[in-house]
Design a protein around this ligand. Structure first.
Ligand code: PGA
Length: 252
């Protein structure tokens, strides 16, 4: 049985006090949702410590949205994986399309970040996904395969056991456009097949999340698909009711 995960990527939203309030509300409503659902929140770096304090007795887990390529030292403005791990983060989102697109992150960058994450006991949530042009040209399979081959294929078998993948079509992120449940299933199954080429049976255990305008009205249909193990949620993760309602979307 693969883990069911609903992870909130808060991106560059909320001030510290708002983040704490959001975490408090999620925690307060968490018992309305099946215990089988693993909730994760990923606040901005600035409020991870405060949110960690808020969630210290909670089953809601904590992640960061990024980490540095290096362990420590003279890298002004960067945040090391060891620092976020020390605050209580269990996860780190890596390779989000916004990082690839706006901050020029390449597979080379991401291989270093993955190494830092594992060296500090963090589970990466590694994002892959094609843009609209690539989808229209029918290249979405090839794009996802390359993003996996160039980074995930460098992991050891042990590391691979602690990995979450998020498939996030760039054309669906923050646009209100969602992949259909069938589109999601098609590519999730494909990603699992690519993973199996390298990691064999362990690929069946790897959670693959869908991300991109996931909301209460479409989560249930998408999560019902065989190879979809939950969601990486942006906009809807900022509203407690929506975030929890997405968790209720699990019926399997
Ligand atoms: P969205 O973002 O739910 O706002 O589309 C998802 C993501 O980028 O992780």
């Amino acid at each position: 049985m693969r883990k069911k995960i609903v992870a909130g990527n808060w991106k560059m939203n909320t001030l510290p006090a708002e983040g704490v309030e959001l975490a408090q509300n999620i925690e307060a409503g968490r018992n309305e949702v099946c215990e089988c659902v693993n909730f994760i929140v990923c606040p901005p770096f600035t409020h991870i410590a405060m949110v960690a304090q808020t969630l210290k007795d909670s089953t809601v887990e904590l992640g960061a949205q990024d980490c540095a390529t290096e362990a420590k030292g003279a890298y002004t403005g960067e945040v090391a994986a060891s620092m976020i791990a020390a605050l209580g983060c269990k996860y780190v989102i890596l390779g989000h399309s916004e990082r690839r697109q706006y901050y020029g992150e390449t597979s080379e960058t991401l291989n270093k970040k993955m190494a830092q994450a594992y060296a500090n006991g963090l589970t990466p949530i590694y994002c892959v996904g094609e843009n609209l042009e690539e989808r229209d040209a029918g290249n979405h399979f090839a794009v996802c395969k390359q993003q996996i081959e160039e980074v995930v294929f460098n992991l050891t078998e042990e590391q691979f056991k602690n990995l979450v993948i998020a498939y996030e079509p760039v054309w669906a992120i923050g646009t209100g456009k969602t992949a259909t449940a069938d589109q999601a299933q098609e590519i999730h199954a494909y990603i699992r097949q690519v993973l199996a080429e390298k990691f064999g049976a362990a690929a069946a255990e790897c959670p693959i999340l869908y991300g991109g305008s996931c909301k209460p009205s479409n989560a249930a249909e998408i999560f019902a698909k065989e190879d979809v193990d939950g969601g990486l949620i942006g906009g809807a993760a900022l509203k407690t009711e929506d975030f929890l309602a997405i968790g209720k979307g699990f019926s399997k």
